[in-house]
Write a protein that binds this ligand. Structure first.
Ligand SMILES: Nc1nc2c(c(=O)[nH]1)N[C@H]1C(S)=C(S)[C@@H](COP(=O)(O)O)O[C@H]1N2
Ligand SMILES: [Mo]
Length: 219
């Protein structure tokens, strides 16, 4: 091959690679790439929204629903739905990752952020853990800093509609960064405590933290 021929080939190669760069070739494409990186290991995406619970879906009407926020807090409160909705409202778009391996992208929630609730009740310095108690007897636990993270909320709406009874309405917890069993449906009481207390699944072989990115499924 002469130097001239080599030069032509190089120029063509460079031109092709420049074109790829412009087109972002060999990169999966922004959409696919985002997809790849938002699916935790071992999960698969679903478009529907499966229902998972202990088989009892308590019938708590919007008029009956009451939430008690107590334990190691300066200002314990009891809230009706009307009172919850009178607090500052927030919206959040987040993905659901269930330990049974389904993930559902882009769930649009409305409700009250955990930060708003924390500002209202003012946890004492010794408070380190948060225990959720639900109307069906279910419990689950997270560290206080996990509860205080971005996107964590008490949600009353999903995709612009009140959360249905089968999905935990009138009000459920949403903790998007962790497996969905940490997100209590039909939430009844939020307890701030010094000591951790494993919840329903945490006592039955499931991981105490439940970070899907680390595949913390089981104990
Ligand atoms: N009160 C209550 N909350 C609960 C549960 C439950 O049985 N009772 N199941 C958990 C589990 S294992 C999952 S995967 C999600 C399911 O929520 P979904 O039915 O809205 O999909 O709720 C979590 N929160
Ligand atoms: Mo689950």
């Amino acid at each position: 091959m002469t130097d001239d021929e080599q030069e032509v080939i190089n120029r063509k190669l460079i031109a092709a690679k420049e074109k790829w760069a412009r087109e972002r070739r060999l990169i999966t494409g922004t959409m696919d790439e985002a997809h790849e990186h938002r699916l935790p290991p071992g999960q698969r995406e679903v478009k529907n929204w499966p229902v998972l619970d202990l088989g009892v879906q308590p019938d708590v009407t919007t008029g009956d629903w009451k939430l008690s926020v107590d334990g190691l807090v300066e200002n314990p409160v009891s809230l009706t739905l009307v009172q919850l909705i009178a607090l500052e409202q927030c919206e959040s778009l987040s993905d659901i990752h269930c330990v049974t391996k389904w993930s559902r992208y882009d769930n649009y929630w409305r409700g009250v952020s955990s930060r708003e609730l924390i500002a209202l009740v003012r946890p004492k310095a010794e408070a380190r853990h948060v225990i959720f108690h639900a109307y069906d007897g279910y419990t689950t636990n997270v560290a206080l800093d996990v509860f205080a993270a971005d996107g964590v909320m008490l949600a009353h709406s999903w995709e612009g509609y009140p959360i249905t009874r089968n999905h935990g309405g009138p009000v459920r917890v949403v903790i998007p960064r962790y497996y969905f069993w940490k997100s209590a449906k039909w939430v009844k009481r939020i307890e701030f405590s010094r000591d951790d207390s494993p919840g329903f699944w945490e006592e039955r072989g499931y991981h105490n933290v439940g970070d899907p990115w680390k595949e913390e499924r089981y104990d």
